[in-house]
Design a protein around this ligand. Sequence first.
Ligand code: ADP
Ligand code: MG
Length: 340
Amino acid sequence: MNIFMKKILCFVFAAIIFTGCTANAVPAEKNVFAMDTYMKLSAYGENGEKALNAAAEKIAVLEGLWSVTDEGSEIYAVNRSGGKPVTVSPETAAALALSLQISEVTGGALDCTVYPVLAEWGFTTGKYQIPDEERLAALLENIGYENVSLSGHTVTVPDGTQIDLGAVGKGFAGDVLAEIMAENGVTSALLDLGGNIQAIGAKPDGSPWRIGLRDPFGEGIFAALELTDCAAVTSGGYERYFIGEDGERYCHIIDPASGKPVRSGLASATVVGDSGGLCDALSTAIFVMGLENASDLWRSQPDFEMVLVAEDGEIYITEGLENSFHLMGEFSAKTVTIIR
Ligand code: ADP
Ligand code: MG
């Protein structure tokens, strides 16, 4: 064998070893408990571990800014400001701006000022109760995203109004982490922020990530979504709820119009799109809006897709997901209605 042949053989072996390595690559992994949920982060490639460490640090920073109960948080400062302007970090300003923008687009279905009502129902303390109508009416006087003024990085809310970024925070964090992955040269990662999925690129072998969608009526998965480089966020009434003395089920997403836990006919709403923040904001709003209004919104806004499960068990997906949505197991024979 001449030297030239030897070089070629070496190159072929190196290529086999290299591609073999990436196909079977083991990701760096990190589990984090933050923002009231378990997060599971995995990233492939040589900088995976470094990127995930940076990601975990950033999550802690964002939680520190947005916690409603932590006395050192920016949201805590806004909620105790007595109507005075408060200057916040660029991240808080951006997350709040997103929330306010989606409130506008969804006719107030998303509203970052519902916090006092949520607290009255006991969702913040676990001391659940059904408030009386008078009490709710009094609280509703201070509810309304229009009361929040954001100018640059300065937030002003009237005395009595309180804000909470719970409906957008995890998704927004997903976008921030996506930037951290990019800065570290990570091109393949799956960031599960408590069911808020941020998919970075594709799997190392180039195939799409498969994301399981929770059956809102049971423990299993009813479908899988094949996704590349995008976010998928689910809101539902099945994770945090209580059963009232009247035997009714009350979930942690509030209809800002009534001050009551949502009964929109939906059991869960999953939104898929480029931005985690947008998907998170929309998934909460769409859960409030229900099938018809959400379908109208989708027809007027080209930048997202959705999977809706109605309380009667019917499944709806928007046209753009037709090729990436797959029913699983016992659900395989169900009919799916395509929203067009
Ligand atoms: P989760 O964060 O539980 O995955 P969501 O993104 O739908 O689900 O956010 C729900 C959280 O948002 C609630 O726990 C509460 O803090 C807040 N919230 C509830 N109802 C609304 C609403 N209509 N608009 C904005 N925020 C809400
Ligand atoms: Mg949300």
